[in-house]
Design a protein around this ligand. Structure first.
Ligand code: ZN
Length: 428
């Protein structure tokens, strides 16, 4: 019974939406626009050209004046933009729901979820087009914001900023992609109990995320810097910046941009990544996963957390390599830990209730990028993967960021972007 009612309500909803859209078109009257491409005045070719839309409450068609440019042949319906509609055939409300669904599950399941919930059929490829277009708009916003480094920093909601960066690889539609991930949030003063270690740590609040596919560090860090500025980096009320990352040189070389006069700068080597390197040595010297390896690693890692890097360096110094592999692993580890020595003052960090394991960053990597996404006949381009990542980042960040993105009517900007991306088909 309820499904029949839903079916009827969609018919009714579509009719209401179509009527409202046309009423809005009629109210605003028609003025001849200038061609967005070549600037000439366009001519009216149809008074009520129908536009098919799929919506959250029903599908509908609305008629609106359609103009064409005599010079370049481009067509335009100015009412679409005013109504918040772009080049894709979904209403703003439906596209927002589709986008959120896709940030949670792969496209194929998103299509099934939407179809099941709304009682009609939505095609995977259709959803892909809509969501990719939104993600491309999000990317354009990021690019614009990154290009204005002088913008005033936001007022921070606390006095300590946490900046975490990590790299991972993601399996997206049959290919491995390198993905860099950044998280920026306020640290404390509220505390959070960490059940695993039994310690109370400063709580991370208002986290913001960014991620980039196959990007050089030099292109990636401006994204992190943008998030940091939006969270209050550069504002005089900020007292402390805590940087958390693995030992990768690409990270620490760049983290220095978050140094500022009068602001305490703390760099922490993610304890999990440090452990991985200790394990690599143990595997080389005592055999992979053997009891001997465990026996060596256990106390070394405990001491690292309780006493800092010195016992670890001593333990490495006592190892005597008997093969080329052991010699190489030992040297790598010594180099790595020497370079990161100051970032391993764990007892000091723990005393300040700072996070030493990038649980925050790791979780981000998992949620953001490690989700397998597949779709029949869909090929992920770098731009496409980036578009989806942008929406995932918006969704995982504070709900205000998701809401404000859609309050800026992103679909309105999709026709122009679609035009920009189109290869030129006509000689000018
Ligand atoms: Zn034109």
């Amino acid at each position: 019974m309820e499904q029949s009612v839903q079916f009827l309500l969609r018919l009714l909803g579509g009719a209401v939406m179509g009527t409202l859209a046309e009423a809005s078109v009629a109210r605003h009257g028609a003025t001849r626009p200038d061609c967005p491409r070549c600037g000439r005045t366009m001519r009216l070719v149809e008074q009520r050209r129908g536009r098919e839309m799929r919506g959250l409450v029903g599908d509908f068609v609305y008629g609106r004046p359609y103009y064409q440019c005599r010079a370049c042949g481009g067509g335009l319906a100015p009412d679409d933009e005013r109504l918040g509609v772009g080049s894709v055939g979904y209403t703003p409300a439906l596209s927002r729901v589709a986008a959120m669904t896709v940030t949670e599950v792969p496209f194929e399941r998103a299509a099934r979820n939407l179809s099941e919930t709304l009682g009609t059929t939505f095609a995977e490829a259709e959803i892909y087009r809509v969501v990719e277009a939104l993600g491309v708009v999000a990317e354009a916003e990021i690019q614009v914001d990154m290009a204005i480094p002088e913008a005033n920093p936001a007022t921070p909601t606390g006095d300590t900023l946490l900046i975490g960066v990590d790299g991972t690889t993601s399996f997206i539609d049959g290919d491995w992609h390198e993905v860099k991930v950044g998280v920026v949030g306020m640290l404390g003063p509220e505390l959070q109990h960490d059940a695993e270690t039994g310690r109370d740590l400063l709580k991370v609040s208002d986290p913001r995320y960014c991620a980039a596919v196959a990007t050089e560090a030099g292109e990636f860090f401006p994204r992190v810097a943008l998030l940091a500025r939006q969270a209050g980096f550069g504002h005089p009320e900020l007292r402390r910046v805590v940087c958390l990352g693995d030992g990768g040189r690409w990270i620490w070389n760049r983290m220095s941009v978050f140094r500022q006069d009068g602001v305490e700068h703390i760099e922490i080597l993610d304890y999990m990544h440090a452990s991985e390197h200790v394990w690599q040595v143990a595997d080389a010297f005592f055999g992979e996963g053997t009891l001997d390896a465990h026996a060596w690693v256990g106390p070394v890692l405990q001491d690292l957390l309780k006493q800092g890097p010195t016992p670890l360096m001593d333990a490495l110094g006592k190892l005597r390599p008997r093969s080329a592999r052991q010699k190489r692993e030992l040297q790598n580890a010594k180099d790595y830990f020497t370079a990161n020595r100051d970032r391993m003052r764990y007892p000091n960090f723990v005393a300040q209730q700072l996070p030493v394991g990038s649980g925050v960053v790791e979780a981000t990597c998992r949620t953001l990028v490690c989700q397998r996404t597949k779709g029949a006949g869909m090929r992920w381009t770098r731009a496409g993967a980036q578009a989806i990542l942008n929406l995932r980042c918006l969704h995982l960040s504070h709900p205000d960021r998701w809401r404000s993105f859609f309050a800026r009517h992103p679909l309105r900007r999709t026709p122009r972007l679609a035009e920009l991306r189109q290869p030129q088909t006509q000689a000018a």
